[in-house]
Each structure stands twice: as C-alpha cells, then as structure tokens.
Design a protein around this ligand. Structure first.
Ligand SMILES: *Cc1c(COP(=O)(O)O)cnc(C)c1O
Length: 222
C-alpha cells in the first residue's frame, strides 16, 4: 500500500480528537511530500539537523514536532518554528527552551517526557521527578513555554499487558498532574503515547497524540 492509503486508513481507525504526528525520520523529502499531498501536515523528527533540513526543503504550512532527545545547545536551531517539543526531559532544557522562545518572541508548546519503560535506554523523568519539577517551576516565570502535557514510550516488547500497564500508569499520572498543577490554566491537555507497534493500546488508554512512522511510510531503511 502507498503512503496516502496508509494515512487514510490510520485516520479512519482512530477516534476523533486523536492527532497523528507522522514521524518522517530517515524519509526522503519526496516521501514526505506524498503524505503532504494526501492532506497530512503534522510531521515529527527525532534529530535537530534532519528537522531543520526538512523544514527548509518542504512547504511552510507543515507543523513540525520534535519527538527525540533534545540537547540544550541545539534548541536555538528549532526555536523559531517548532510546533511542539514532545521530549522535554530536564529542568535545564526547560530553561533553555524558555530563553530561546523569548528571543524569538514565541511561546513554545512542550510535553514532559516520562520514563515508563523497563529499558534503561529511554529518556525522561520519573513520576517523582515530574512532581518535584512542577513544584519547583511554579515559582519561576516561564513566559516562553507552555507545558501542554506528557509523553512516554512503552517498553519495546510483544507483551501487550506490560505495554498497557505502562500506558495506563502514564495516563494516571497525566490526570493527577493536570488536577494538581494545571486545574486553572487549561493548557495541560495532551498525552503523547503510542507508535506503530502499540498505538491501539495507547489510544484505548487515553492517548491524544500518536507518533507513527513505519505504519505510514513503510519499514525504515536500515
Ligand atoms: C521513530 C519514533 C517514532 C515512530 O516509530 P514507528 O515505530 O516507526 O512508528 C515515534 N516516537 C519516537 C520518539 C520515535 O523516535
């Protein structure tokens, strides 16, 4: 099946209100254009350099999301245009994003990444760290950044029960944080969880944004 059919099928399957970020990492601009021509304009990348190159090569009305680990010294390259950073994983990164957003006179939407998987390799805060971070941030004046929700990646496994319990735990934390820290602001609405292999479970557990690569573009070249 082609890229256009894949995205149509996927969007038909998802409940209304669940957004799809098409993860275009390692795909040629021509492949991204096929998706764009099919009407899909929300793309995600996991590396700053690739994100900037694609942004420059492709139409201006694409909404670009950063989904991969972000180093503080690279924030400046994406701050002028990025729509949502899914992968905020340190207090230092928050301060840098705030500073670069102010320079660009923007408010940058961000998600806090939570480490929910069994694997060591994945980035993100623990539940305890999220709570203490938000307690310490409430006294700071972060005018350049809006914390819109949480992101998490489940363990890469065939064990659906494990995946479900990890997503369920993240959804529980999401509701707890929303109530404790964002009950008045209304900005905290997004829960980014689910990739090609596990998005169905993620959506059942309350995901509002799925990040899908191979199910749209086909298997990635290795
Ligand atoms: C690559 C990637 C995805 C998409 O992966 P697929 O399994 O191809 O859907 C989603 N999120 C992040 C953070 C990624 O790096």
């Amino acid at each position: 099946m082609g890229i256009a059919e894949n995205i149509m099928k996927l969007c038909k399957e998802l409940p209304p209100g669940v957004k799809v970020v098409a993860v275009s990492k390692m795909r040629a601009p021509e492949e991204v254009m096929q998706l764009y021509s099919a009407g899909h304009k929300i793309m995600g990348e996991n590396k700053v350099q690739e994100l900037v190159e694609k942004k420059e090569a492709l139409p201006d009305d694409i909404e670009w999301h950063m989904v991969g680990h972000l180093q503080t010294n690279k924030v400046k390259y994406i701050a002028p245009f990025v729509s949502l950073i899914h992968s905020v994983d340190s207090a230092r990164l928050i301060k840098t994003i705030n500073k670069e957003a102010n320079k660009n006179e923007r408010i940058i939407d961000c998600l806090l990444q939570v480490h929910i998987a069994k694997e060591e390799s994945k980035y993100g805060f623990s539940e305890e760290e999220i709570i203490s971070l938000l307690n310490s941030l409430s006294s700071e004046n972060l005018t350049g950044l809006s914390i819109r929700g949480l992101m998490g990646m489940a363990t890469f496994t065939g064990n659906d029960d494990l995946i479900r319990s990890e997503f369920r735990g993240l959804a529980r934390l999401f509701h707890q944080v929303k109530e404790s820290f964002f009950s008045k602001s209304g900005e905290f609405t997004e829960l980014s969880m689910g990739m090609s292999g596990d998005y169905r479970i993620a959506v059942e557990e309350g995901s509002t944004i799925v990040r899908i690569g191979s199910r749209i573009f086909g298997e990635r070249p290795v």
